[in-house]
Write a protein that binds this ligand. Structure first.
Ligand code: BES
Ligand code: MN
Ligand code: MN
Length: 463
């Protein structure tokens, strides 16, 4: 009989090799040119589930990318864990900033990952973290100690808003019925400071278009006499924050839940070094809403950020021109009580209302979703906490994250189950950025911790 530690010891090279194969397929969901690779990746995941021991696997076609499903039902009277993850990845650009090609994984050591990290797009978000669950499952099947039923649902559109999964979930409630949802698609504080993610922010993503004159104009002949859409757009954007760095859209904060001082004091106990934070980012000072700490600003407070802005001439040299149009993509991170559709509406009304008569403004909502808070007074949270204690030798710290996984709130609404977010990535793993990587230690530690979760979950469940 193998313990998980000895099983990992015997199979770790294969675990890493398999993940490397998965990372070689460029499953970029934002770009339809990669559709074939999306399908190859879905097949890879399906085959992995089959090989690991699922007794039923299925590929659900959607108008977008397929949803991979697999299950192992050992006893209808036992509880069921639903594992969710995503096999799609972010685009790799800017390609020039990668030290090695994004879809040719390499292992390199770093200061934080002395045992090596796999560098590739999707290594941490989310292929590496999703695959940990398949390997943990493989172990439990191989050793005959899977203590409950498992269902896997791995989608291919998380990075573009999970549109088809949002359609699929409410129509397959019975199939997806479960007692707890388990996701590894977040991070933890540090390898020696394990943490469990207890909150995700919501999101409203919009695109704005400002149109001035009907065509591009000579900036000498017309400059000064007509509205320059880029000047106007930047002015409008600048006005969205006040001098205290609060968002100035009327009603924006109405539903924000203000945390009690004791809760904020509890949060502030999490280890954090502002000095290291600044050093890591090479900045002299942080910046944000007055009255809140850095950790509060990026977790329990809502934000508004321009993600991209364009218009006019950006090529080599100079061109004297007043562009006809200017554009920006804007994201608002929301806290759990804020309704993303309402916020999108508030943004649209406000942005249109502040436009001067000299331009036309169009606001196009993209996607969005609700935030989520994991309750801690449940057996599943306790099971997760004990699992980290068993593998890290330390009690994990609950931590609200600034990121978003909008489908989690929908799971709660439709499937009536709570989600446990067991993430093993680090903020420095550069997800969505060039040189994304995932520590091999983290990968193997994740596999180990997940198996303990099952063990404690069934123990507490049957108590
Ligand atoms: N895995 C991330 C979310 C995440 C990362 C949460 C780290 C907490 C810690 C996910 O793949 C992601 O990138 N989500 C998007 C939202 C989505 C609607 C595109 C995000 O947060 O920007
Ligand atoms: Mn992810
Ligand atoms: Mn992501």
């Amino acid at each position: 009989m193998n313990t998980i530690k000895s099983y990992i010891g015997n199979h770790k090279n294969r675990f890493v090799e398999e993940l490397i194969e998965l990372l070689k397929i460029p499953s970029i969901s934002a770009d339809s040119a990669y559709k074939k690779d999306i399908l190859l990746t879905a097949d890879f995941v399906l085959e992995s589930l089959k090989k690991a021991g699922c007794d039923h696997v299925e590929l659900f076609e959607t108008p977008g990318n397929p949803i991979v499903y697999g299950e192992k039902i050992i006893d209808k009277n036992l509880p069921t864990v639903l594992v969710y993850g995503h096999y799609d990845v972010q685009p790799a650009d800017p390609i020039d900033l990668w030290n090695s090609p994004p879809f040719e994984p390499v292992i390199k050591t770093t200061a934080i990952h002395p045992e090596g990290a796999i560098f590739a797009r999707g290594a941490c978000d989310d292929k590496g973290q999703m695959y940990m669950h398949i390997k943990a499952f493989e172990y439990m099947i191989a050793e005959g100690n899977l203590p409950c039923n498992v269902k896997f649902m791995i989608e291919g559109e998380e990075e573009v808003g999970s549109k088809n999964l949002s359609w699929f979930v409410p129509r397959n409630k019975e199939k997806l019925a479960n007692d707890v949802i388990l996701i590894s698609d977040t991070g933890m504080i540090a390898n020696d400071i394990p943490s469990i993610t207890t909150g995700l922010r919501g999101l409203s993503y919009v695109e704005v278009e400002v149109t001035g004159p009907n065509r591009d104009l000579h900036s000498g002949l017309y400059g000064g006499a007509v509205a320059n859409p880029i000047n106007i757009l930047t002015k409008m954007i600048a006005s969205l924050h006040d001098q205290h760095n609060r968002i100035s859209i009327p009603g924006f904060y109405d539903d924000v839940e203000e945390l009690a001082l004791v809760e904020r004091a509890e949060m502030a106990k999490a280890p954090f070094s502002l000095e290291n934070y600044k050093k890591d980012l090479d900045i002299d000072a942080v910046y944000g809403e007055e009255g809140y700490t850095t950790n509060e600003r990026n977790s329990i407070r809502p934000t508004l950020d321009v993600n991209g802005i364009w218009g006019g001439y950006t090529g080599e040299g100079a061109k004297t021109v007043i562009a006809s149009k200017a554009f920006a993509k804007i994201s608002m991170r929301l806290v759990p009580n804020q309704n993303w559709e309402k916020i999108t509406e508030l943004f649209k009304n406000h942005f249109e209302s502040i436009a001067p008569a000299s331009v036309k403004v169009v606001v196009k909502p993209h996607h969005g979703g609700q935030g989520y808070v994991t309750p801690m007074d449940t057996i599943e949270y306790q099971a997760a906490s004990k699992a980290y204690e068993a593998s890290f030798g330390k009690k994990p710290i609950p931590q609200r994250s600034g990121g978003s996984i909008p489908i989690v709130a929908l799971f709660e609404k439709e499937l009536k189950s709570k989600t446990i977010l067991m993430g093993f990535g680090l903020d420095s793993d550069a997800i969505h950025s060039p040189n994304e990587h995932f520590g091999i230690w983290n990968y193997l530690k994740g596999i180990e911790t997940i198996t303990y979760f099952y063990k404690y979950f069934i123990e507490l469940y049957q108590k």
